[in-house]
Write a protein that binds this ligand. Sequence first.
Ligand code: SAM
Length: 251
Amino acid sequence: MNDVVINAIQQKIMTTESLTFTSLRQIAGRDMNAQASLNRGRAIIDCPTLLNQYLYSYGLMVQRQWSYVVPNIVEMLSDNNDQDMHLYDYGCGQGLATLLLIENTSGLQEDISQITLIEPSEIALTRAKLPHLNIQTFTKELDDIEENHLSINTDKMNIHIFSNILDIEGFDQFELFNKILAKGGTHYFIAVSNDRNCYGGTSRLESIFDALMGLEPEENEIFNVTHAQFERFSDEKNMNHVYFCLKIEIH
Ligand SMILES: C[S@@+](CC[C@H](N)C(=O)[O-])C[C@H]1O[C@@H](n2cnc3c(N)ncnc32)[C@H](O)[C@@H]1O
């Protein structure tokens, strides 16, 4: 399909290295008069027109969310002592959260040795993977992700980001977290979404956060939950959001 970002790279107007949130939005954030087709941002996008519309309609909101979240998680992420990190982005869309997290967290890019992107829209995923090396992608819904797809390495730090996805009904968030934690290891969880009480909404983030906080160690297990925060916030456009972060170590 005719994606303006892929065309720009093929025509050498931009390179994958120069692809940042800002350059992406400059080149592809266009009002295509199709916002209604995005189903409040939740549609599984099947054409480049809607990718561009998402970037135009929701890109700056996602940027404001991550501008708030990043300063709150810097301390948590900085306790990794420069160990290798594996970043997972669930329901990544065209990859805005991964871009914003990496661009705004100094030193993070150097520590990330592997990225896994999961997203049912093939066209969104194709755009999302462009700026990254050492990347693994799954064109799948989250209920179809198996434990072995995740390839959790218990010797690495695993960062799991959920940007505007945990609030969406239609997948079992408890099952997904069970698969992530099945082998143990060190995990940083970071989630952000609009704060609302309809169409799924904040209660889905609350219920998984409460479940993680309530986890009990099994016999002979070393188990730690630290850096836990659950917060509602408003951005400079007075839009209401909710985020949580926490670090879980199970060995
Ligand atoms: C609101 S967008 C968020 C995209 C991106 N994470 C962001 O913050 O810009 C929701 C994304 O979830 C994807 N999605 C919807 N249902 C899904 C499911 N059951 N499993 C995985 N992804 C899903 C959509 O295709 C879409 O890309």
